[in-house]
Design a binder for this molecule. Structure first.
Ligand code: DX5
Ligand code: ZN
Length: 220
């Protein structure tokens, strides 16, 4: 399978958002990763519907929306309306996760579930066949630019086993601290999609950085 690079727009220059969107359009990246934070589920507030709508206006690639918000059911149709293609909610934020996943699919979006670093893979056992994507947090959600948590490798392997055992089609995505140093090993462990924020946007040449990341995970 062709592996996916998803630059996180949280690390973009918000005063030059259109420029950074066009950069991603012109690059080898596959998805736009959009981080929504509510100041409740995570100790930070990022942006909401008007900004996502503005990104969608220029974005020519899949909109991968990662909700770090409590009670995401309130906004599922709103996220569809502003252009989300994939909607990922946090396991820790959903009391009725099965219902939430069905509601996302009913809106015609792909449905993902994200796990915090302390949340074991086993909690997905009874929902994995319903999922299009599992997003493993490799940092504690809330901020870009943190260091990668090494325990992620173990979780990726466990998730891969669960997906195969259950016959699920879910993609494995990893988010946080992804760099040129760890992307190849993550890919070998079974990761399909890689979110990279600071490593892309703080680099001298983001287009080249995306090409470099993509090359390391493309089948040789
Ligand atoms: C963290 C966000 C990430 C973040 C990744 O809460 O979910 O998507 O933007 O940023 P880096 O790649 O800088 O760790
Ligand atoms: Zn994210």
């Amino acid at each position: 399978m062709n592996k996916i690079i998803a630059p996180s727009m949280l690390a973009a220059d918000f005063a030059n958002l259109q420029r950074d969107i066009e950069m991603v359009n012109a690059s080898d990246a596959d998805w736009f990763h959009i981080d929504v934070m509510d100041g409740m589920f995570v100790p930070n507030i990022s942006f909401g519907m008007p900004v996502i709508k503005a990104i969608k206006k220029h974005a020519k690639k899949t909109m991968d929306v990662h909700l770090m918000i409590v009670d995401p059911d309130r906004y599922i149709s709103d996220f569809k309306n502003v252009g989300a293609d994939i909607l990922t909610v946090h396991y820790e934020a959903c009391t009725h996760l099965h219902r939430t996943i069905q509601a996302i699919k009913a809106e015609g979006m792909l449905a993902g579930v994200s796990l915090n670093p302390h949340t074991p893979i086993a909690v997905l056992e009874d929902i994995i066949v319903d999922l299009d994507l599992v997003l493993i947090m490799s940092v504690n959600p809330g901020f870009g630019g943190q260091s990668f948590i090494e325990n992620t490798f173990k979780k990726v392997e466990q998730l891969k086993h669960l997906i195969e055992y259950a016959g699920s089609k879910a993609l494995i995505e990893v988010d946080g601290g992804v760099t040129i140093e760890n992307i190849e090993k993550l890919s070998e462990a079974g990761v399909d999609a890689f979110v990279a924020g600071s490593f892309v946007f703080k680099s001298e040449n983001p287009i080249q950085t995306i090409t470099d990341l993509k090359r390391l995970v493309s089948s040789k």
